[in-house]
Write a protein that binds this ligand. Structure first.
Ligand code: F6P
Length: 368
């Protein structure tokens, strides 16, 4: 058996742990070879590969990023997004030339959608769900999320000392595009007083009222806001529009926007920190190393069993798999009745809504 493996989309802590696990699990059987494709799907067009042996993956478990490199603009079915040409035939020709029997595609929603299309061309593919955003459907966790949450937690701990010393309102803007998982879990872990997620458009006045109440009690305020959060009736805040991207919207800046709105309404000074790619960099947490290793091993098991066209998933404590067709083109946002939103409100965290109008205040709690 000859297996190809690639990492697509943004980098993420734990990618190397998956590459290592897949390589170790597959090469433990005589006659199985593993070849890394460099720079995501682009490597199938530029013909860049890295043979993976047990020695190649030694020592990479704790390394952030990906030894294969990645790319978040290359979709061979629309190469590049702006030009829109379908060059998937060239990629398939290279797959045949390499003699690959199957492919492991590690990535987020975009990578899973492309992997599904390659499966449709007859390439046996197994997907492995990666993203710090934790927004892939049918899996409770993607690896990388725990590491990002740990960064947000530490950032809030550090911002909290300045907030309390200077009686300030400190805003931390997290990643998370259209899903608020990082802001929600990171905010809860870091003791945020206000958590703003894309799923619950916020009222600036409600946030200001919460900060004022805290000011009156001599308390500083920590706000965790997801980059995709937006005011009621407003739109997401864009840094740029990048035409060559499958998703051309580069989000970012809503924290600074909120600072400008809040400052005239408050006595305290308001400051903002955009956490950005710091959340995606560095070594994976112990949890993510274990999850990524389980995912990689499970992907190898699926390949051995000939169960392809599937994405590895974590459901409860069980590592399982789901059809790529049920994942492609979908993502998983925070349900407005999620138990963590209830818990947040229950301990007095503001979700940026007047309490009576909050969807999270009345609906039954849901865990996933
Ligand atoms: O999808 C993961 C993610 O980290 C998003 O939360 C964020 O909007 C995006 O990647 C940023 O990607 P880039 O590296 O292209 O700026």
């Amino acid at each position: 058996m000859h297996i190809g493996i690639l990492t697509g989309g943004g980098d993420c802590p734990g990618l190397n742990a998956v590459i290592r696990a897949v390589t170790l699990a597959l090469t433990s059987e005589p006659g199985t070879r593993v070849t890394g494709i460099r720079r995501g799907f682009l490597g199938l067009l530029t013909r860049e590969v890295l043979p993976l042996e047990r020695e190649t993956v030694a020592g990479i478990l704790a390394e952030g990023g990906t030894i294969l490199g990645t790319h978040n603009c290359c979709d061979p079915f629309h190469y590049f997004a702006a030009a829109g040409a379908d060059v998937s035939g060239l990629a398939m020709a290279y797959v045949a030339e390499l003699g690959l029997d199957a492919m492991v595609a590690i990535g987020g929603d975009g990578t899973m959608a492309i992997a599904h299309r390659f499966a449709g061309l007859g390439l046996p593919v197994v997907g492995v769900p990666k993203t710090i955003d934790n927004d892939l459907p049918l899996t409770d966790r993607t690896f990388g999320f725990d590491s990002a949450v740990a960064v947000v937690c530490e950032a809030l701990d550090r911002l909290g000392t300045t907030a309390r010393s200077h009686s300030r309102v400190m805003i931390a803007e997290t990643m998370g595009r259209y899903a608020g998982w990082i802001a929600l879990e990171g905010g809860m872990a870091g003791g945020a007083d206000v958590i703003l997620v894309p799923e619950l458009p916020f009222s600036v006045e409600a946030v200001a009222a919460h900060c004022r109440q805290r000011e009156q009690r001599g308390l500083a305020t920590l706000i965790a806001i997801a980059e995709g959060a937006h005011a009621q009736g407003g739109a997401v805040t864009l840094q740029a529009t990048l035409a060559d991207r499958p998703d051309p919207l580069l989000l970012g800046g809503v924290g600074h926007w909120l600072q400008q709105q809040l400052q005239p309404l408050l006595a305290s000074e308001v400051r903002t920190t955009l956490l950005g790619h710091v959340q995606r960099g560095g070594s994976p947490t112990a949890y993510d190393r274990v999850l990524a290793t389980r995912f990689g091993w499970h992907a190898a098991q699926l390949l051995r069993a000939g169960q392809t066209g599937r994405m590895v998933a974590l459901q409860g404590d069980v590592c399982t798999s789901v059809p790529l067709s049920e994942v492609a083109g979908r993502n998983r946002t925070v349900p407005v009745e999620h138990v963590l939103l209830h818990a947040a409100r229950g301990i007095g965290v503001s979700l940026g809504r007047a309490s009576a109008s909050s969807a999270a205040s009345s609906a039954p709690a849901r865990n996933r």
